[in-house]
Design a protein around this ligand. Structure first.
Ligand SMILES: C[S@@+](CC[C@H](N)C(=O)[O-])C[C@H]1O[C@@H](n2cnc3c(N)ncnc32)[C@H](O)[C@@H]1O
Length: 217
């Protein structure tokens, strides 16, 4: 009897785990950082994500303070940290397992200028004012974006930039099409939140790459 109960419980647990795995990412969240690292840090991604070209386009001073909001496994965080050896990178994510993973990865790579913080859905909880914010493949996850970016303004140093990279509607990979935010909508939302478009880069084959600054008040 006890053996049958144990078998039943084990089968139920396996079914729950299988159902969780079968759900798309936007439904099951981003726990299981090691698994996501195989996707986000797949070297093949570099071909279309062009991380070094992205970082060059951000024109960061070597002592810049940068926030990587929705840092995930740190694909951009680690590269940014190498680009600002005298500065600091704040990697903010709502998923505790991503925060743990980024802390561990920065330690292993001996990047002492990385700080990982647990964000909430409506607040990146940055511990310091920043010169640049990067949201790579994360903008579409933010809920009330106008309120979010209005609040973020208080954490921007004068002249700071906010760079948004996200998949175009026609990209063959990326979030479900229903979640993608076309670049014209991003521009309109950011304008309503009090930002001006300051650069637009078209070298990424699958994503738009828009850079904003706070409009003068
Ligand atoms: C698709 S991943 C992108 C990861 C990384 N930026 C990259 O390009 O490899 C999106 C990440 O954003 C995080 N995220 C979702 N909503 C967020 C929010 N409101 N604030 C901060 N992070 C968020 C998720 O937990 C996930 O790690």
């Amino acid at each position: 009897m006890r053996r049958r109960l144990a078998l039943g419980l084990a089968l139920a647990a396996a079914l729950v785990a299988a159902a969780a795995r079968a759900q798309p990412a936007h439904r099951r969240g981003f726990a299981g950082a090691e698994g996501w690292a195989r996707v986000f840090d797949d070297p093949a991604r570099d071909q279309w994500q062009k991380p070094q070209q992205v970082i060059e386009a951000l024109r960061l001073a070597p002592d810049a303070v940068v926030a990587d909001i929705g840092a995930g496994t740190g694909y951009f965080t680690m590269r940014l940290a190498q680009a600002v050896p005298g500065g600091r990178v704040i990697a903010a994510d709502v998923e505790p397992d991503m925060v743990r993973y980024v802390e561990q990865r920065a330690r292993q790579m001996e990047l002492a200028n990385v700080t990982a913080v647990l964000a909430s859905a409506d607040d990146p909880r940055l511990p310091a004012a920043v010169d640049c914010v990067l949201l790579a493949n994360t903008y579409h996850h933010i809920g009330d974006r106008e309120a979010y970016f209005r609040r973020l303004a208080a954490l921007l140093k004068p002249g700071a930039t906010v760079a948004i990279i996200d998949h175009r509607p026609e990209s063959p990979v990326g979030p479900p099409r229903s979640m993608r935010v076309p670049e014209e909508a991003v521009k309109a939302e950011m304008q309503r939140a009090g930002y001006l478009l300051s650069a637009e880069h078209d070298f990424l084959p699958r994503q738009h790459f828009l850079v904003f600054r706070r409009a003068a008040r």
